[in-house]
Structures are given as structure tokens and as C-alpha cells.
Design a protein around this ligand. Structure first.
Ligand SMILES: Nc1nc2c(ncn2[C@@H]2O[C@H](COP(=O)(O)OP(=O)(O)O)[C@@H](O)[C@H]2O)c(=O)[nH]1
Ligand SMILES: [Mg+2]
Length: 328
């Protein structure tokens, strides 16, 4: 990627040019080399804005809740960036819920930037790309970023590691009730939302959730001194979103006053750095092995039963670790 083009795009991004933001994100999604060039130039301009992760099963109403949250933030004149990592569910903003709120309004709003990222056919690794897109939206001048992810599977939970505050959404009548939350997700939530509280069964879902949280004394495992909050929302009856907004802001304030925000940032960098090193190392090692026909030799050794895949992989890694840098 031409350095001048990237430089020009970044200059425009810093002047709040939406087109430049979109182009830069596309480059990042397209290739890792471009991403590296962009982040190198852009990083000094980032300010570490808060990232809110919103997760939950498909159909619980994540996109809808986010639409209402955007409105809460816009009322207070905050600029919001949204990254949607759930291509299966378009960001309709609950268009079926009538005209009270229209996602299109947010799309036309200069202070809201919404971007979907597909998980399939992805070359650069969704986790790494997310880290880079967050930095772009940060330098673009947003005040806060919201990430929507489906709450299942490794990749999605991985993305949640980028969030300072994690909101887990559930809803009644989905077949997979609160019990399903137990599988990993219950441990990561700082705030729980029971959306669609207008539907039958909401009270039951709320009670089940409260019971489960009682077991862990309402303590979030991410931040020991944080007492988990539960809120019921409904897009149909326009209920609970201001309360949810307040809980998120209270949580962010808690992180700042307890000195946890900076700690969380270190954790995020750690996550990102290890992911990049892992990918680079693997690519480099395989390239070198292939290049020298060494890989063929190793494969042949395994085929001839002289060794096995685990043993030979260990040998390769051990040889690599003998480089000077790690011995110092
Ligand atoms: N009854 C009711 N339906 C809702 C509510 N919130 C969202 N929905 C509907 O649930 C469906 C899924 O919502 P969506 O936001 O796309 O869920 P996501 O897959 O979690 O992002 C849509 O048809 C919404 O209109 C709510 O509070 N009450
Ligand atoms: Mg969605």
C-alpha cells in the first residue's frame, strides 16, 4: 500500500472525514501489511477511549439495544462508534418495532459511525482487525465505542477482551434461556440485560438470572469490587435504556476511580500483542520451513514413522526458542 495514500487518509481522518475512516477500515480488513502501516502512523493520535462490548445469543436484541443506547449518548452529545461483528443479523435497529426510532437517523448522523465486520472469508484475523478498527475510530474523534458480538464460540469471546465494560444480553422465549448463559458468558458480564421484557416469561428469566448471580454474590469475575447490575429493557415499550446507560457510565466511572481502566488497557495490549506475535511467528516459521524444503523432510520423517507430529513440532519450536533474544 502506497505510504502517501495512507498518510493522506490519516490526515483526513484526523479532520473527521468519514470517507477516510471508511477507507482506512477497508484497508485494514483487506491486508495485514496495510493495517501495520496505518497503525504505525495512527497510534500516537489515539486517546484510549472506552470500549463497551455487547454480547448475547442471536436474536436477543443486541442491535436494537445498541440503537437505543446510541440515542442515549446522542442526547448527551457524545460521538459513538459501533463495530458489529455479527453478519448474520443485520443492524436493523428493530425496524419492526415501529417508527419511534429509526436506525437510518443514526446512519445520517455525523457523530455516529457504524461498521459491520464479517467473520467469514477473513484474511487478517477478526481479533487483530477489531483492535485496529478501534484505534481508527478513536483517532477519528469518537467518545466511545460499542462492539456487538454473538456470545458463542471462541472468536467472539476473544473480541470481548477488547472491552472495558461488558454487557451480556438475554431475552425470554428464546429456547436457550438463562441456563445457556452459564457456558462461559456469565463469568464475563459486568452488566446483564433482560431485553424484550414486554414478552411473557420475562419475570421468570429475570428470576433465573438473579438466582445464578446470587451464587457468585453478584461479583463480576473481571473486576472483583464491581457489583453486577441487572436491568430489564424493552424496545417495544421504550423502557430501561436510560437505566442501562447509567449502569454503563457508573461502571466506567468505577474503572477510572479504582485505577482499573489503565490496567484493563494493559490487558488489551497484552491480548493484541500476543495475537500478532503468534500470527507472525507461525507465518514466518512455516515460510522458512517451506522455503528450504525442510518442511518436506519433516513430513517425510513422520510418514516413515521415524517420529510423530507432536515430537517434531516440539523440536522445531525448541530450535526457534534458542534464538539469542529469548536467552538474554
Ligand atoms: N418484543 C420485542 N422484540 C424485540 C425487542 N428488541 C428487539 N426485538 C426484536 O427482536 C429481533 C432481533 O433483534 P436484533 O436487535 O436484530 O437482535 P440481535 O441479533 O441480538 O442483534 C428483531 O425482530 C427485533 O425487532 C423488545 O424489546 N421487545
Ligand atoms: Mg445484531
Amino acid at each position: 500500500m502506497n505510504k502517501n495514500i495512507i498518510e493522506e487518509l490519516i490526515t483526513r481522518l484526523l479532520k473527521q472525514d468519514r470517507h477516510a475512516a471508511g477507507r482506512l477500515i477497508s484497508i485494514i480488513e483487506g491486508d495485514d501489511t496495510g493495517a501495520a502501516q496505518i497503525i504505525k502512523m495512527l497510534y500516537p493520535y489515539t486517546r484510549n477511549i472506552p470500549v463497551i462490548g455487547i454480547t448475547g445469543s442471536p436474536g436477543v436484541g443486541k442491535s436494537t439495544v445498541i440503537t437505543h443506547l446510541i440515542s442515549e449518548y446522542r442526547k448527551r452529545d457524545k460521538k459513538i462508534g459501533v463495530i458489529v461483528i455479527d453478519p448474520s443479523s443485520p443492524f436493523t435497529g428493530g425496524a419492526l418495532l415501529g417508527d419511534r426510532i429509526r436506525m437510518q437517523d443514526h446512519f445520517l448522523d455525523d457523530c455516529v459511525f457504524i461498521r459491520s465486520m464479517g467473520t467469514r472469508g477473513y484474511t487478517g484475523g477478526i481479533t487483530r482487525a477489531t483492535g485496529s478498527v478501534i484505534k481508527i475510530l478513536d483517532a477519528f474523534g469518537m467518545d466511545l465505542i460499542i462492539i456487538e458480538t454473538v456470545g458463542a464460540g471462541q472468536a467472539e469471546v476473544g473480541i470481548s477482551k477488547f472491552a472495558h465494560t461488558l454487557v451480556v444480553i438475554t431475552a425470554p422465549g428464546l429456547g436457550d434461556d438463562v441456563q445457556a448463559l452459564k457456558a462461559g458468558i456469565l463469568e464475563i458480564g459486568d452488566i446483564f440485560v433482560i431485553n424484550k421484557s414486554d414478552l411473557a416469561g420475562a419475570e421468570r428469566t429475570a428470576m433465573d438470572l438473579e438466582c445464578m448471580l446470587e451464587d457468585c454474590d453478584y461479583r463480576s469475575s473481571r473486576y472483583k469490587n464491581w457489583k453486577i447490575r441487572v436491568v430489564q429493557t424493552s424496545a417495544t415499550s421504550q423502557k430501561g435504556f436510560a437505566e442501562l446507560y447509567n449502569h454503563i457510565e457508573t461502571h466506567l466511572k468505577f474503572l477510572y476511580t479504582e485505577g482499573l481502566f489503565d490496567l484493563c488497557n494493559l490487558k488489551i495490549i497484552r491480548e493484541e500483542l500476543s495475537s500478532i506475535i503468534e500470527q507472525k511467528l507461525a507465518a514466518r516459521v512455516l515460510y522458512e520451513l517451506e522455503n528450504k524444503a525442510e518442511f518436506d523432510r519433516l513430513v517425510r520423517m513422520v510418514a516413515d514413522k521415524k517420529t510423530d507430529v507432536y515430537t517434531i513440532a516440539d523440536t522445531v519450536v525448541n530450535k526457534l526458542l534458542s534464538i539469542k533474544y529469548l536467552k538474554q
